[in-house]
Design a protein around this ligand. Sequence first.
Ligand code: GTR
Length: 410
Amino acid sequence: MIKQPIDTFEPNYDEDKVPIFKVPNPLEMFCGERVNTIEEWEGRRRPELLDFFTHNVYGKVPGELKFSSFRIVEQSNSAIEGKAKRKQVELIFKKNKRTLSFNILIYLPKNVSRAPVFMGYNFYGNHTVTNDSKIIISDAWTVNNESLGITNNRLDEHSRGVCASRWQVESVIDAGFGLATLFYGEIDPDKNDMTDGIHPLLYTRHQQRPKSDEWGSIAAWSWGLSRVMDYLEKDLDIDATKVVLFGHSRLGKTSLWASATDQRFAAVISNNSGCGGAALSKRKYGETIGRINHRFPHWFCNNFKTYSNNEEQLPVDQHELLALIAPRPLYVASAEEDRWADPRGEYLSAYYATSVYRLYNKKGVDSIDMLSVNQPIQNRLAYHIRKGKHDVTEYDWEQYIKWARMQLFE
Ligand code: GTR
């Protein structure tokens, strides 16, 4: 019999067909012992969960590599209608006779001396986040997107400003925050080729692909966010204790993993991150582990393939990834029409992570019943589902800015 490829089956969008499963308890060790205190959580349970996700889901970073130098490539005191400073900073990495560099675009409000910042990857290059003609266009390989004028896997003038609605830079600046963003393709091009991007800089001799428990692309992109943090800590215009990591979709998965592995990030926002991000895998609703591993074999570590169509065997679920971020502020957001990312699975994940926030006396979401559309709960662990499709909108940013101010300053 010929086995039918997984992506030819219809995904499940029927709540009645969601399997019955036991949600792993974040406050119970794999051996069955209960966790009752912050000390037990931080000393024993959190490390064992982090270890599981590292070796079986995202993959471990196989060595240490810090930037060897940085360079301010361009700066100006009159960006965004004169309200902001702009810097473009290149970080340079050298190892294994190879060099990799990437460019961070930073806007900072002129009226704040050490600014808190939102930070996150963009999908199609720094020049897409505003119409600003001074933003350098990346020459890294990119995924094509014809509706944005991106063809031949290259970026050019055609796509300047095309993702501006997803960033709302002016509102961010007006709220007294800075923005730091970079193109994820500069760290690792988003294709199943592990000989490009950052991976080869940390290969042993003759290695061509990561080992089964070593980093896929999501872990590589997360590594990149930590290296940007290394830079932000040195930049006196920035308050590196107030960095709010933001990510949409695959880059939301990335932001969650980056803040689980690096506790310097003060807060994190997961926008429509779905499977392998905030959504519970065991619900098998919309995108599943089998589908994501089939379509994006390079995103996770190879060991994660063990759980393709085999979610029952997973000893963890994604609410425990969220719990790894506690007690820091965490915002999970869904969109009503984004069924592929399983909004209810994202909500439940926040609900089941709440017990760990409670351990720290912090609030999350208390009801197992899903929230209504456009009715956010903005606690330390926050959630909203908004009208509309898979995207980042002005509504989302209004919520994030309001919540981030509350969490970081009140
Ligand atoms: C989809 C993928 C999702 C999500 C999305 C995106 O194709 O199946 O997991 O990551 O891409 O990143 O836009």
